[in-house]
Design a protein around this ligand. Structure first.
Ligand SMILES: Nc1ncnc2c1ncn2[C@@H]1O[C@H](COP(=O)(O)OP(=O)(O)OP(=O)(O)O)[C@@H](O)[C@H]1O
Length: 231
């Protein structure tokens, strides 16, 4: 059996003084899987990704990511694990507006010597390769500030930034973009191919059930999260 990359047991999470958002017995993602986790808006998908990424801490339960127990690691070690071994595509992209396309893609390498090493001798060329794979090739465009790009183009920049330096785990919070169905499917296919090429594991969350077929496995958050169940 493959090693678990994400291994969750008995997880409970509530935002300060709010109702329970997550109450899950188990959730596991194995190395090399590309998993689609579906759930309606407000069901706790972004919260779960925050817990997996180590930016949030649960009230109860165990979250092991890439062999590390996130509850035991101090905040600094969780930040290091995320910088070195995780690529995150945020719902709102979180790109740096005044940096160029390539400047944004190269950013994770500034924070992680391990990823800088993994990106090879010519990180600029690796950034261009990833962007080209994701459909952004135009030289002039690569030097533009990201704030001048379309939403679909920004989504590709965010994906290339998550992939650079071959992180072991890529987590993606489906951006609420205005992409049409064809462009969205193409984007996910390219993202999956690049994740497969680097041997990474992918967890992709979305409310859009029609995407499930593009992944190796699909799961439904409402089926595994008691807190989301109707009373
Ligand atoms: N920073 C926060 N502080 C307090 N409550 C929050 C915070 N972020 C999210 N919540 C609440 O937690 C619940 C789950 O939100 P979350 O963003 O995880 O859902 P989601 O499934 O990702 O939704 P969407 O598909 O709309 O992005 C919601 O009730 C939301 O209002």
């Amino acid at each position: 059996m493959a090693d678990p990359v994400i291994d969750i047991e008995g997880l409970r999470f509530a935002w300060k003084s709010g109702p329970q958002v997550l109450d899950m017995d188990t959730f596991r993602v194995d190395a090399g899987e590309r998993v689609f986790l579906r759930g309606p808006s407000g069901s706790g998908k972004s919260t779960l990704l925050g817990l997996i990424a180590g930016v949030l801490q649960p009230q109860a339960g165990r979250i092991c990511v890439l062999g590390e127990d996130m509850n035991v690691l101090k905040a600094g070690r969780r930040d290091r694990l995320r910088a070195d071994r995780m690529g995150v595509i945020f719902q709102m992209f979180n790109l740096v507006p005044y940096l160029s396309v390539t400047g944004n893609v190269l950013l994770p390498l500034r924070f992680s010597p391990a990823r800088r090493m993994a990106a090879g001798n010519d990180p600029q060329a690796e950034a261009r390769r990833l962007l080209a794979r994701l459909g952004l090739e135009d030289k002039e465009l690569l030097e533009r500030r990201v704030s001048d790009l379309s939403v679909g183009q920004q989504q590709r920049v965010a994906a290339a930034r998550a992939l650079i330096g071959s992180p072991s785990l890529v987590i993606a919070d489906e951006p609420t973009s205005a992409l049409d169905a064809d462009a969205r499917d193409r984007f996910i296919t390219l993202l999956s191919e690049e994740v497969e090429r680097s041997g990474a594991t992918l967890l992709f969350v979305s409310h859009d059930a029609s995407l499930a077929g593009l992944f190796t496995r699909a799961a439904d958050l409402t089926a595994i999260n008691r807190a989301g169940a109707p009373a």
